[in-house]
Design a protein. Sequence first.
Length: 226
Amino acid sequence: MFFSTGYVARVDIQVLEGALLEVPTTGVTGMDRRAFGEFVGPRGELASYAFGWTTGSDPRVARLSIGIGAGNPGGGTFHAVIFRNDDGHAFSLTDEPFERVPQGGPDLTADQARAHEDLPFVWWVTDNVMQYDRRSWWMRHWMVETTCIQTLEVSEGREPVLLVSHDADDGMWQLIGTSDADSSTAKLRHLHHAVDEDHSLIDVLGLTPGRSAVRAGPGKPWTGHV
């Protein structure tokens, strides 16, 4: 699958979502997903990025490439792995290249990246990408194995998700369709599976605890505390 969209993170910083590529793995045991985009800083600083993950893999480790300075002597592409750290995530530079990105230069080893004068800028770009690119929310829910409660009708695919809530007290996510929620038949699943099946849920994956969002039907805009 492929989609492209633009997303302005803040007035002075832009995180522009690009392509999302999805390819079944060998033997169709999972899906390899790679998301691309561009970063524009407040003074016009440019960087390109790509991150990705493979469902069905163990351990649940994602990959990242950040490219800067294309065509310039100090340009390069920095590569890292992303892994679970408590309830969040952390990064570690790696020698193994992941993706080529437009703003990138030569692939840097982990040691070359650590010695690079622009490494603080690269980590700053990374933090903004992880905060504002909606596909990164999907990836992180996969990485930390976020669970959610779904109504039986939603779980079985008989109803679309029309209400998403992120509970304030216990942090649980709830996905509800047209039928009223019934705790006696509700199902516990991983949240990322729901997004695998319905990519339109990507817009509400950043809900903070205590917030919720609703829509009138599939393809309709989400409203509420998005």
